[in-house]
Design a protein around this ligand. Structure first.
Ligand code: PEP
Ligand code: MG
Length: 325
């Protein structure tokens, strides 16, 4: 089976009825890129830049960041690279950044909330990203966006950084897509409005499930609630994808659910365009997708969203469909 999968490394990702999708890899550092390529990644769907900050004794400089981003873009040779601005806070701490003691760190000072508050740090990252943009196909993504105002504020700082660089005579690509993570239910609910202003969405189910179900993603005691197949989660995902497509925008998913073999048939049916996962899941997902008919999966997903009330009902539906493959 391994040999069979290996044959798919340089193949496109296509459903049985010929619909082309994109399978990308999640990475944490430039060192992860060779494994992504070796496993057939068609792009990087999530570069978690916080590791650059966490592996450093002090704030990484603009040049240090530039080198890291450029390295990823160059290694990907023109394939799309979605870089997420830093997502510190929650459970991720920095020794050199004083964070407040909070009752609920996952509901507190985190990710874009820190970036919009500490704009010098944010701008340094954005300048590094913009400088790297000429080395490949860069896409910039903001994490933990809850409101349109946050997106607009982040985008304005990005534009400011771009203008500064252009004034300094530094080249910046002019086709950089700017998108957001959908990982807070408020953004998923308001997807229709966001879709008019962003270039793309990437659904972060790790957090989206935790916040929708009010169930800590690390807490075993409430793990029965933390279920990707919950019809409420599927309904949110459908809302996001439909809203984006109505505006001609694409939607990816970079949470664990994107590489979950039971979830993939549903996500194909819901119309997800890009799936980003750990490198080791890519080939088996490509193989699975090649066996799926996108229209049949649409019927399946519609049924899951419209007729199922429980996780068990959704799972039974998917299992039945998988048994027929
Ligand atoms: C997510 O929340 O699904 C996600 C991809 O981000 P992280 O796991 O880094 O919070
Ligand atoms: Mg997240």
């Amino acid at each position: 089976q391994k040999v069979e999968l290996a044959k798919l490394v340089s193949e496109p990702t296509v459903t049985r009825d010929g619909k082309q999708l994109e399978l990308a890899s999640n990475i944490g550092t430039p060192k992860d890129v060779p494994a992504a390529i070796a496993n057939g990644a068609e792009g990087i769907g999530l570069y978690r830049t916080e590791f650059l900050y966490m592996d450093s004794a002090d704030f990484p400089t603009e040049d240090e960041q530039y080198e890291a981003y450029k390295s990823v873009l160059e290694q990907m040779e023109g394939k799309p690279v979605v870089v997420r601005t830093m997502d510190i806070g929650g459970d991720k701490e920095l020794p050199y950044l004083e964070l407040p003691d909070e009752m609920n760190p996952f509901l507190g000072y985190r990710a874009i909330r820190i970036s919009l508050d500490q704009q010098d740090m944010f701008k340094t990252q954005l300048r590094a990203l913009l400088r790297s943009s000429v080395a490949g196909k860069l896409r910039i993504m903001f994490p933990m966006i809850a409101t349109l105002n946050e997106f607009r504020a982040a985008k304005a700082i990005l534009e400011e950084a771009k203008q500064e660089l252009l004034d300094e005579g530094v080249a910046v690509a002019d086709d950089i897509q700017v998108g957001i993570m959908i990982e807070i239910p408020a953004a998923a609910v308001l997807a229709k409005q966001f879709a008019k202003e962003v270039d793309f969405f990437s659904i972060g189910t790790n957090d989206l499930i935790q916040y929708t179900m009010a169930a800590d993603r690390m807490n075993e005691r409430v793990s029965y609630l933390y279920q990707p197949y919950n019809p409420s989660i599927l309904t949110l995902i459908k809302n996001v994808i439909d809203a984006a497509h109505a505006e001609g925008k694409w939607v990816g998913m970079c949470g664990e659910m994107a590489g979950d073999q039971m979830a993939v048939p549903l996500l194909v049916g819901l119309g997800l365009d890009e799936f980003s996962m750990s490198a080791t899941s890519i080939l088996k997902t490509r193989s699975l997708i090649s066996k799926l008919d996108s229209n049949e999966m649409k019927v399946l997903a519609d049924k899951a969203v419209n007729e199922c009330g429980t996780v068990e009902e959704v799972v039974a539906l998917v299992e039945e469909a998988m048994a027929k493959l």
